[in-house]
Design a protein. Structure first.
Length: 423
DNA sequence: GCGGATCAC
DNA sequence: TATGGTGATCCGC
């Protein structure tokens, strides 16, 4: 858990996990990112969060140092029992497909404006980019990067404002096709879905011509084909751009595949989990399996059970029906807002927007949550659960207003200096 | 139930 | 000049 002596933060450095990032000058790119960010409030907050993660890791390492041989042995036995049980549940009979339209927004924009095809381009704004094409990726320009930094990396970058209605329309066309192959397919986002192809394959005995259709819409279409959802997701990432990867449905093929898999590739293991695992000497899923007894002592049951499933190449073999939503929210970022009257009227506006969205789905809710982010990027949420469900703007505002007033009071005589509000 | 964190897209 | 919005889940109170 060495600190940030290198001069840059692991949370901010270039994420070359994505495709199209091979063979570029990481050091040079990171230097530009850091120089552009340094000293900003955003950077300072990232630094603070990084320290917190480091502390978490230190705490974990202390715990590790206190583990006895005895405890480890007992844990090992437990781990082996669970592994046997999980092994019995292994099902290799399903054919699960994960479809991912790589650089989807950028691909749609290039389809509609062919001049963009030869240029580095990204969809988004100077504040934030949603995605970039492969020309731009060569410069280190990627999703979730602010446009003004991207411009430093690639001065000729063309930034196209997003047209979500258009992406939705394209997505709807594609989803109609999905439904032909699996009426129960699960959309993850506009450009991503899971399908169960098992029944389709039994009926037609052949692979569909699905790829050709996508090619006319979005040139980068990725298919991952595997016996479960976890593996299918990783497989679709395998042959970027524009490819497919089929993982055979045998235990041996699955285990070989998983051995070599870096933990960060697994959905659900993000930056922080990766860093914690790295601190324990774990970077690939084979390490994960080797260290499972230790992990069972350092992580929650939910966490290490998940790790265990991953290390065995197990995942969900049925695609869950789209479930009922559990929350609905709306939030907005703006220039500093410190006047109480302005904060209250913004809060009312947000409540009205939210009420409108809720009306569309005929929803009600019992818990009202207020979200605040100050100019230093520190986030706070304040919630209140009622005995009855509310739906109108007035009802929501009545609660949100009190939560907001409490926070203002709490800070006074200093004003709340906000950059974001949501509820 | 609450609040902070993590994660995915 | 400038670092998003939405939804879900988990952990430790």
């Amino acid at each position: 858990s060495d600190n940030t002596k290198e001069g840059f933060l692991s949370r901010m450095a270039l994420n070359d996990n994505k495709a199209g990032m091979e063979g570029l000058d990481r050091d040079k790119i990171n230097k530009i990112i850091m120089e552009t960010s340094k000293g900003s409030r955003f950077y300072e907050n990232e630094l603070k969060k990084e320290q917190q993660v480091n502390q978490r890791i230190e705490k974990m390492m202390l715990q590790k140092a206190q583990i006895t041989e005895q405890q480890l042995k007992k844990a090992q036995a437990q781990v082996e029992r669970v592994a046997l049980e999980l092994e019995r549940s292994r099902d290799l009979t399903r054919v699960i497909v994960h479809v991912d339209m790589d650089a989807f927004y950028a691909a749609v924009e290039m389809r509609d404006c062919p001049e963009l095809k030869d240029k580095p381009m990204a969809v988004g704004s100077m504040s934030m980019l949603s995605t970039s094409n492969y020309h731009a990726r060569k410069f280190g320009v990627r999703a979730a990067m602010p446009g003004f930094i991207a411009k430093k990396l690639c001065p000729n970058l063309v930034i196209v404002p997003p047209n979500f209605d258009k992406y939705r329309a394209v997505s709807d066309e594609i989803r109609e096709i999905f439904a032909d192959y699996d009426p129960h397919f699960q959309p993850v986002s506009l450009d991503e879905a899971y399908l169960d192809f098992t029944d389709h394959l039994e009926k037609r005995q052949s692979w569909p011509e699905i790829m050709f259709y996508y090619d006319s819409i979005a040139p980068f279409t990725l298919l991952g084909i595997a016996p479960n959802m976890m593996l299918a997701k990783v497989c679709s990432d395998k042959n970027k751009p524009n490819g497919q990867y089929v993982l055979p449905s045998t235990r041996e093929a699955v285990m070989d595949f998983v051995q070599a898999l870096p933990v960060r590739k697994v959905s659900g293991i993000g930056k922080v989990s990766e860093k914690m695992l790295n601190a324990l000497g774990i970077s690939s899923c084979s390490h994960l399996a080797q260290q499972m007894a230790l992990l069972s002592l350092l992580f929650s049951e939910t966490s290490w059970h998940h790790f265990m499933q991953v290390s065995l190449g197990l995942g969900s073999t049925y695609i869950p029906r789209h479930e009922e939503r559990k929350s609905m929210s709306t939030e907005r970022t703006f220039k500093e807002l410190s006047k109480v009257e302005e904060q209250l009227s913004l809060c009312r506006e947000l409540c009205e927007d939210l009420a409108e969205d809720m009306k569309k789905e005929d929803l009600k809710g019992k818990t009202v949550t207020l979200k605040l982010k100050n100019v230093n990027f520190e986030v706070k949420t304040r919630a209140l659960t009622l005995q009855y469900a509310v739906a109108t703007a007035d009802e929501i505002f009545a609660v949100a207003k009190d939560l907001l007033k409490m926070e203002i009071e709490n800070e006074s005589p200093q004003p709340l200096r906000l950059r974001l509000m949501g509820n």
